[in-house]
Design a protein around this ligand. Structure first.
Ligand code: MG
Length: 158
């Protein structure tokens, strides 16, 4: 049996914060603001995992007022989401993702981010899609005030 989940996340970009995507630090003037490390790609993937197994969302499992989750790395949130899915008998088979970011240009980091995502999911890189889009200068993402991410995860019952 296969189930699919979608996930979405957006974080404000502010000066003085590191910019992590799937646990990979990207050199940037501004980074995502957040209670955790603000990694929108990992958070979208975790929400897709929770969606596939109909078990709440990142906000339910990792409340942003809980000091235990302060600064928590994105891949750790994905790993914990996978633990919850595994308790229900589901394991990742494939993921596809989109990161929408005006600046910095992310394409130089594609293989590193793909590898980080694959590692956090326990999948081969050949089962992990990653696309980068700008927002064509439109809206808060286009004005470099935010970064957003989308994910679809296919979970298999074993
Ligand atoms: Mg988030």
């Amino acid at each position: 049996m296969n189930r699919f989940g979608i996930g979405y996340d957006i974080h404000r970009l502010v000066r003085g914060r590191p910019f992590f995507l799937a646990g990979v630090e990207i050199p940037a003037e501004r980074g995502p603001l957040g209670h955790s490390d603000g990694d929108p790609l990992s958070h979208a993937v975790a929400d897709a995992i929770f969606g596939a197994v109909a078990s709440g969302d990142v906000g339910v499992h990792f409340p942003d007022n809980d000091p235990r989750f302060r600064g928590m790395p994105g891949p750790e949130i994905v790993r914990r989401a996978l633990e919850i899915a595994a308790e229900l008998g589901f394991f990742p088979a494939q993921a596809d993702t989109v990161v929408v970011c005006q600046k910095p240009v992310l394409s130089p980091y594609r293989s590193g981010i793909t590898a980080g995502l694959a590692a956090s999911l326990g999948l081969d890189a050949g089962r992990v899609g990653l696309k980068f889009k700008t927002a064509e200068g439109l809206g808060p993402v286009g004005r470099c005030l935010a970064v957003s991410a989308w994910a679809l995860v296919n979970m298999e019952k074993k």
